[in-house]
Write a protein that binds this ligand. Structure first.
Ligand code: MEV
Length: 320
């Protein structure tokens, strides 16, 4: 393999929020997700000394990982090293002498897609430094492989919305569909501050379905129906209808055992503070929740959520 000329490269990838359909999407039902650009992962690649191999400094994890010269076997199991290896194999490139700094403002294991965003930013910076930038479907397929390491059986929604950086209506194994937003929607997002494993919550739902398919497969299908309806309401700008479907989606997620007492109480707090609808977002049992609010009331909803125990809140508008 020829040694490529290396250059400095910087890349990023956004966080994501699932508006409707998490968990059911693993079973082939549709889901709706949007990028959340307020939070992002950043990777910066700089050429290093000859023969030094590839070093990845994951600042937030306090870890320095190595591929090539001096690499430890256990480091090869790390998701970031795995992502780099996948990209190099895909490009048929030798291990380059590069140093890559990776950092993120995305809280880990919080339903914001930190794993997919970090892998996407890393592969973007690495491939750009090699002069062979990876984007689109090629990048998405590689990040999906890394997601499997994090989640076991991911639907592919996180990597797809993060790599595309646009709102998507997603069905597993199909080309994601864009959709229009009839009226701007203001969301208050609250992080519970509790890290939760998507692998575990996805596993818990899978066990329920195995144990009692008649009950739980039906819930999954009902979530699918409400997501189809939600897409139409988003396109028509029916804000009240969207809020009601969020509340219904939350009840189904609760039945799938992926809510938690804190998530339930934050959802109720948002509604009591005047939100039009609210639900957990992402894997659940921690992570984050979202509330749909009037623009004039969003700040009040955010303050109420903080007072009720949210670690952090954000306000974002879709379709503005
Ligand atoms: C996680 O962001 C979304 C889940 O539906 C898992 C997946 O789709 O792979 C819970």
């Amino acid at each position: 393999m020829p040694t490529p000329t290396l250059s400095t490269a910087k890349a990023s990838a956004p966080a994501k929020i699932i508006l409707f359909g998490e968990h059911a999407v693993v079973y082939g039902e549709p889901a709706i997700a949007v990028p959340f650009n307020t939070l992002s992962a950043i990777a910066e690649a700089v050429p290093a000394d000859r023969g030094s191999g590839l070093t990845i400094h994951a600042r937030d994890l306090g870890m320095r990982l190595q591929l090539g010269s001096g690499a430890l076997i256990e480091e090869l199991d790390h998701a970031l090293i795995y992502a780099a290896k996948l990209a190099l194999d895909h490009l048929n490139a030798p291990v380059p002498d590069l140093h890559i700094e990776v950092s993120a403002t995305i809280p880990l294991a919080s339903g914001f897609g930190s794993g997919a965003a970090t892998a996407a930013a890393l592969i973007r910076a690495l491939s750009a430094a090699l002069g062979q930038p990876l984007e689109g479907d090629e990048l998405n397929a590689l990040v999906y492989e890394v997601e499997k390491m994090h989640h076991g059986t991911p639907s592919g929604i996180d990597n797809t919305v993060i790599v595309k950086n646009s709102p998507i209506y997603f069905i597993r194994g199909q080309e994601p569909q864009p959709f229009s937003v009839g009226k701007p929607l203001t969301f208050v997002i609250a992080n519970t501050g509790i890290a939760a494993s998507t692998k575990e919550t996805v596993g818990a739902v899978s066990e329920l379905i195995e144990r009692d398919p008649a009950t739980y497969k039906t819930i999954v299908e009902q979530i699918g129906s409400l997501v189809r309806e939600a897409k139409a309401l988003i396109e028509h700008g029916d804000v009240q209808g969207i809020g009601q479907l969020m509340n219904l989606n939350q009840r189904y997620l609760h039945s799938l055992t992926v809510s938690s007492s804190l998530l339930d109480s934050l959802v109720q707090t948002a509604i009591d503070a005047g939100a039009i609808g609210a639900k957990l977002s992402g894997g659940g049992r921690g992570g984050n929740m979202i509330a749909l609010a009037d623009t004039a009331n969003a700040e009040q909803v955010a303050v109420s959520l903080q007072n009720a125990g949210a670690a952090r809140t954000w306000i974002t508008t879709l379709g503005s």
